[in-house]
Design a protein around this ligand. Structure first.
Ligand code: GDP
Ligand code: MG
Length: 180
């Protein structure tokens, strides 16, 4: 029988969003399967690694986390350099963090593109869905944002309850592979 050849990928994934939206928690949930209610501020850029084994491929992910400098629109090109995909996170309990999403996304697209000039694939994560959402955060608002700012999709996530975190990353990885 003819098995398809194995393929190896190495992807660098940006994880951005306003302070305290849950970026580090989402990475910890995805990479370590854990959640910590205590807020730790690690200044600078952190890298988390995860290797995914699929039937016909191995995917090495480098997740790039930031702390202490996460102000929308102010990241340097150096931070974005060589990224293959992005995760933009906001906190459903704070509409102000949703307001920043557009700025984060446009900042990425203005400073970075795939080798052929297309946007890098990006997903929008509406995090802390285990808590009561701000009434201004509606599905329609999210859907419009995804369309206007060309995210590949959005997910309601909870790093705390392990909801949709792996699903969102898998969706992003699938697109990164097809864009490769
Ligand atoms: P970051 O600054 O974006 O990296 O945010 P953190 O990951 O440090 O999270 C900020 C705070 O929100 C911490 O106290 C986390 O425990 C909490 N948090 C993160 N994700 C969730 C979630 O899905 N649900 C709830 N209830 N709290 C969360
Ligand atoms: Mg953090």
């Amino acid at each position: 029988s003819a098995n398809p050849p194995r393929t190896d990928y190495a992807f660098k994934v940006l994880v951005v969003g306003d302070p305290r939206v849950g970026k580090t928690s989402i990475i910890n949930r995805y990479v370590h399967g854990s959640f910590d209610i205590h807020y730790k501020l690690t200044l600078g850029v952190d890298f988390a690694l995860k290797v995914i084994h699929r039937p016909s491929s191995i995917i090495r992910l480098q997740l790039r986390d930031i702390a202490g400098q996460e102000k929308a629109g102010t990241m340097t090109r150096v931070y974005y350099r060589d990224a293959n995909a992005a995760v933009v996170v906001f906190d459903v309990t704070r509409n102000i963090t949703l307001q920043s999403v557009k700025i984060w996304k446009q900042d990425i697209d203005s400073k970075l593109s795939l080798p052929d000039g297309r946007r890098i694939p990006a997903v929008l994560l509406a995090n802390k869905c285990d808590l009561d959402a701000d009434p201004a955060v509606t599905e329609q608002v999210l859907q419009d944002l995804v369309t206007e700012d060309q995210f590949i999709g959005w997910f309601l996530t909870s790093a705390k309850d392990d909801k949709n975190v792996a699903e969102a990353f898998n969706f992003l990885i699938d697109r990164a592979i097809s864009d490769y």
